[in-house]
Design a binder for this molecule. Structure first.
Ligand code: GLT
Ligand code: MN
Ligand code: MN
Length: 388
């Protein structure tokens, strides 16, 4: 049993916008006072986080003078030095300002598209200055309410042109920076382009520098689309594209709830943690979530500690699952291979195809075989419930 204390090697990070969320929603005003970036860094240090991420305007107000920008950045750096926190990821706010109401890179107005690039290259400079190695793109406004408004083929082309331009900018500057694209099916737009991690993976392969670009899947966003998040993450990992991850939780069929990690779909969270740990994912574990609107800042700390503690508890459970002899015996049984198909499976050859055509299969026996997945799942549930 571990003490579940977060340590730097766990790479737990939070965005300034997560613990800094003031609890405003479409129906109600803020319930918490706004804390400064420096105060938020100290809050994160107090709860044991490793890193802090930000949008350009979480740190520097959109209308700040250059002198004010420099002062804010200097204060922020001082807070990082004092606490030991690092900035693994940065991103651009391309959704809050009214200029982006019709999208940023996909807006119909070319001036808006140019302004989005202008804002992003400045924000990339800011992120790199503070040490970021991953740059996230979440295109919350890159969509429509009506398909009468925008040509969807053109929208994808505009997205591609923007990513190609920005990849070249990073290379031109010699920055050590990779991009991570974050999908979401809807909200705040009626529909958002490249709606899921799967769409993003396909889109990336059409870019000029696909090796620079991966994904930042978020639990809530895939669950909004009714998808199995663990499968999406596994596919991204297998493709070498899991550059970052946004951990939170979400009831299926709802708006983007951004709830505390593991607080809704515990079994899914378990298999996610098990996947990340089993494959050796070594990027940030970023909690893109926020505290309930009922909370004051003590509650925000409870929220942040809860995200990390649940992750560590599930990591412990994953180790227990991997070491459980009964579970492992079932896995060995269902994956058993007596070698009888070796002569016609694996890499293709014409001889193998001939052998395969000639092979005899006992189809009825194959169908009659019972697979003990009920038992396997119940063992998993009991392990998670702590009764095993
Ligand atoms: C916003 C969104 C998140 C994104 C952030 C990065 S901003 O809070 O809901 O999912 O990751 O732009
Ligand atoms: Mn996110
Ligand atoms: Mn979200």
């Amino acid at each position: 049993m571990s003490d579940y204390e977060p340590k730097p090697e766990h790479k737990f990070t939070f965005g300034l916008w997560t613990v800094g969320n003031v609890g405003r929603d479409p129906f109600g005003d803020p319930v918490r006072p706004r804390l400064s970036p420096v105060e938020l860094v100290h809050l994160l240090a107090e709860v044991g986080a490793y890193g802090v991420n930000f949008h350009d305007n979480d740190l520097v107000p959109i209308d700040a003078t250059p002198a004010k920008r420099d002062r804010i950045v200097a204060d922020f750096k001082k807070a990082l030095d004092e606490t030991g926190l690092v900035v693994p990821m940065a991103t651009t706010n391309l959704f809050g300002d009214p200029a982006f109401k019709d999208g940023a890179f996909t807006a119909n107005d070319p001036k808006v598209r140019a302004y989005a690039l202008h804002k992003t290259i400045n924000a990339i400079d800011l992120g790199v200055e503070l040490g970021a190695g991953v740059y996230v793109f979440w295109g919350g406004r890159e969509g429509v309410e009506t398909d009468a408004a925008k040509d969807p083929v053109e929208a994808i082309r505009r997205s591609r042109d923007a990513m190609n331009f920005l990849c070249e900018y990073v290379m031109d500057r010699g920055y050590n920076l990779r991009f991570a694209l974050e999908a979401k099916p809807n909200e705040p737009r009626g529909d958002i382009y490249n709606a899921t991690t799967g769409h993003m993976l396909a889109f990336i392969e059409t870019l000029d520098h696909p090796e620079m670009v991966g994904v930042n899947p978020e639990v809530a966003h895939e669950h909004m689309a009714g998808l199995n998040f663990v499968h999406g993450v596994a596919q991204a990992w297998e493709a070498g594209k899991l550059f970052h991850i946004d951990l939170n939780d979400q009831a299926f069929g709802r708006y983007d709830q951004d709830l505390r990690f593991g607080s809704v779909n515990l079994k899914s969270a378990f298999f996610l943690v098990k996947l990340l740990e089993d494959v050796g994912y070594d990027g940030s574990r970023h909690f893109d979530a926020h505290a309930y609107r009922t909370e004051d800042y003590e509650g925000v700390k409870d929220f942040a500690r809860g995200c990390m503690r649940t992750y560590l508890a599930l990591k412990d459970k994953a180790e227990q699952w991997n070491a459980d002899s009964e579970i492992q015996a079932i896995l060995a049984e269902v994956n058993a291979d007596d070698g009888s198909t070796a002569s016609f499976t694996g890499a293709y050859s014409p001889d193998k195809a001939e052998a395969l055509k000639a092979a005899k299969f006992d189809r009825v026996a194959l169908g009659a075989r019972g697979l003990p997945y009920e038992r396997l799942d119940q063992l998993t549930i009991e392990l998670l419930l702590g009764v095993r």
